[in-house]
Design a protein around this ligand. Structure first.
Ligand SMILES: *[C@@H]1O[C@H](CO)[C@@H](O)[C@H](O)[C@H]1NC(C)=O
Ligand SMILES: *[C@@H]1O[C@H](CO)[C@@H](O)[C@H](O)[C@H]1NC(C)=O
Length: 362
């Protein structure tokens, strides 16, 4: 283990140097791929520098977990499309149409269109969060914020939704068995009706890592890492799944369809793999993180859809841009970053673009 890690680190340093010289970046074509720019660290670079880092990675989509004015200002007149977040504790206030109007007037309107805000995440994982009282405020807050955007003429540019964890599902496997938790059967149709009427996506935070971590003996590492493997066939649809992320996305689509909303788009608002963990956190290694994110990127280059919607490229936001040292919880929580706070790659994801031909190379 020790040897292995130091070997990877050494390789990483060498590749890092080589890739810097050869102009490492994500391929231009990866339009569907975004990244979550979390800020729970005391050593993160200023937003202006973050913008440079996003440019050098050739990423054009990012999500932040608030409406930090410094970031909104720094990202003006850049090519970055930004999703901002309404903090969970704001939901009760923002159910009031006047408060929602004020919120949009002060947090969105002054920055748009110079800063290309394309989405507002209203809360994060509210359906399954610790504070169950927030659930009843969610749909009214979504509606109020959307209506405020309409009044400003911004609704055709800015989508409003909320990211959900996979725990909204009672059943997720096989994907055709996907259905929402019983507690959510009253609220979910209202939420889906809102998404359908406003043509906003269902955003899910999906972490095959968690499934592997809790049951490493039964779950194939290759299946969760997008490596070649025999995969599984859904006995009801005969669709073949070679990775868990796509199975999770399709399980959400089936759950929505059972409520009459099978046409709503699904996007992955967060997915990732930690490069370090505590001794009991199975699978949290540099190598697995590099393989997961590298394979995901390869599929994004090919604009892959899921087996259920093969023609629709899946929009994915990786978690996360930086390792965030102030995050509470197990070691893995502070080690999801593609980058160290100093801007160097936390690991190499094994892809680069030939700067002459612009070809993606493994
Ligand atoms: C903002 O993003 C949208 C969505 O991709 C795009 O259509 C639009 O051209 C962008 N606006 C600017 C000013 O770049
Ligand atoms: C997981 O593996 C154990 C031991 O191999 C087995 O007893 C158990 O039934 C498996 N569980 C599932 C859900 O497959």
């Amino acid at each position: 283990m020790e040897n292995f890690v130091s070997r990877i680190t050494m390789l990483n340093v060498l590749l890092g140097l080589f890739l810097t010289l050869s102009g490492f970046h994500f391929p231009k074509q990866v339009e569907a791929l975004g990244i979550n720019y979390g800020q729970v660290g005391n050593n993160l670079p200023p937003p202006e520098r973050v913008l440079d880092l996003l440019h050098s990675l050739r990423l054009t989509k990012a999500r932040i977990y608030d409406t930090n004015p410094q970031i909104l200002t720094a990202f003006a007149n850049s090519n970055i499309e930004l999703i901002v977040t309404v903090e969970n504790q704001m939901l009760p206030t923002l159910t009031d149409p006047n408060q929602a109007f004020q919120w949009v007037a002060t947090h969105i309107k002054p920055y748009f269109p110079a800063t290309n805000i394309t989405g507002i995440a209203v809360g994060n994982e509210v359906f399954t969060g610790g504070d169950t009282s927030l659930v009843s405020y969610l749909v009214p807050a979504l509606v109020s914020i959307h209506n405020a955007l309409v009044r400003f003429g911004l609704d055709q540019f800015i989508r409003v939704s909320t990211p959900s964890s996979l725990a909204v599902l009672e059943e997720s496997f096989p994907p055709s068995a996907g259905r929402f938790r019983v507690e959510l059967t009253r609220i979910m149709p209202q939420f889906l009706q809102f998404l359908s009427a406003t043509r906003a996506p269902f955003w899910m935070n999906a972490y095959p890592y968690f499934a592997y971590k809790s049951d490493p003996n039964n779950i194939s590492l290759d299946y969760v890492l997008f490596n070649p493997n025999t995969g599984v066939v859904d006995p009801y649809t005969n669709l073949h799944y070679d990775n868990m992320l796509y199975a999770q996305v399709d399980a959400i689509i089936f759950a929505m369809a059972k409520m009459g909303y099978g046409g709503v788009e699904v996007g992955v608002s967060e997915t990732g793999w930690p490069s370090r963990g505590d001794p009991n956190e199975n699978g949290a290694t540099l190598e697995n993180a590099a393989v997961y994110n590298g394979n995901l990127l390869r599929r994004q280059v090919r604009r892959e859809g899921t087996p259920l919607r093969p023609q629709t490229g899946l929009e994915v936001y990786m978690f996360a841009l930086f390792n965030e040292d102030m995050k509470p919880g197990p070691t893995s929580e502070r080690n999801y970053g593609l980058l160290e706070p100093d801007g160097t790659m936390a690991y190499n994801i094994g892809l680069y673009v030939d700067s002459r031909t612009n070809e993606v190379k493994p």
